[in-house]
Unconditional design. Structure first.
Length: 177
């Protein structure tokens, strides 16, 4: 069993949130620059510093704080026949034979666990969650036993070049004729 803290959120939702914030903040910056361009006669470098410290940094810190407020205690347990994921008080169970996609990313701000199958879609972002005191962010390496369990269930493994993202997928059946 692996215990960690995570934010229940898909990467798609995170990307769209960031895109929306960048768009809104960019529009605000453009309006402010147009409105005060005659009043403030500053160079491009100082303008970039002012925008970064005055707008981008506070927006980034506020967004991070909002995300971290959604942090939940989570566990992932690899049983003999099923994957069990607990998020806060909610617990789900996916039999390995019904698991279609499983991703385990150990490090970076985008460290996460994703599981899809049996009409269940779970995505937990670990790297941006508020970690417990004296604990590193991220996930431990995936236990070797799990590779055997998922392989026996018919899932194939794919790794990124650096090996930090491990994805198991069920191959689509080949149609003949």
């Amino acid at each position: 069993m692996v215990r960690f803290r995570a934010i229940p959120m898909t990467m798609r939702a995170l990307v769209w949130s960031i895109l929306g914030i960048v768009t809104a903040a960019g529009a605000l910056v453009a309006v402010l620059l147009i409105a005060v361009s005659d009043i403030l006669q500053v160079g491009a470098r100082l303008t970039i510093i002012i925008v970064g410290v005055g707008i981008a940094l506070p927006v980034s810190l506020a967004f991070s704080a909002l995300l971290r407020r959604r942090t939940r205690d989570c566990t992932v347990a690899f049983g003999a026949y099923e994957l069990r994921i607990t998020t806060g008080t909610a617990e789900i169970s996916i039999p390995y034979r019904e698991l279609e996609h499983f991703r385990w990313r150990c490090d970076s701000e985008y460290a996460r666990v994703e599981a899809r199958g049996a009409e269940i879609d779970v995505s937990l972002i670990v790297g941006m969650a508020k970690p417990p005191v004296d604990t590193a962010t991220g996930l431990p390496p995936l236990p070797r036993r799990v590779y055997g369990l998922l392989d026996a269930a018919g899932l194939t493994v794919a790794r990124t070049r650096r090996g930090d993202v491990i994805t198991f997928r069920r191959d689509a059946p080949q149609l003949s004729g």
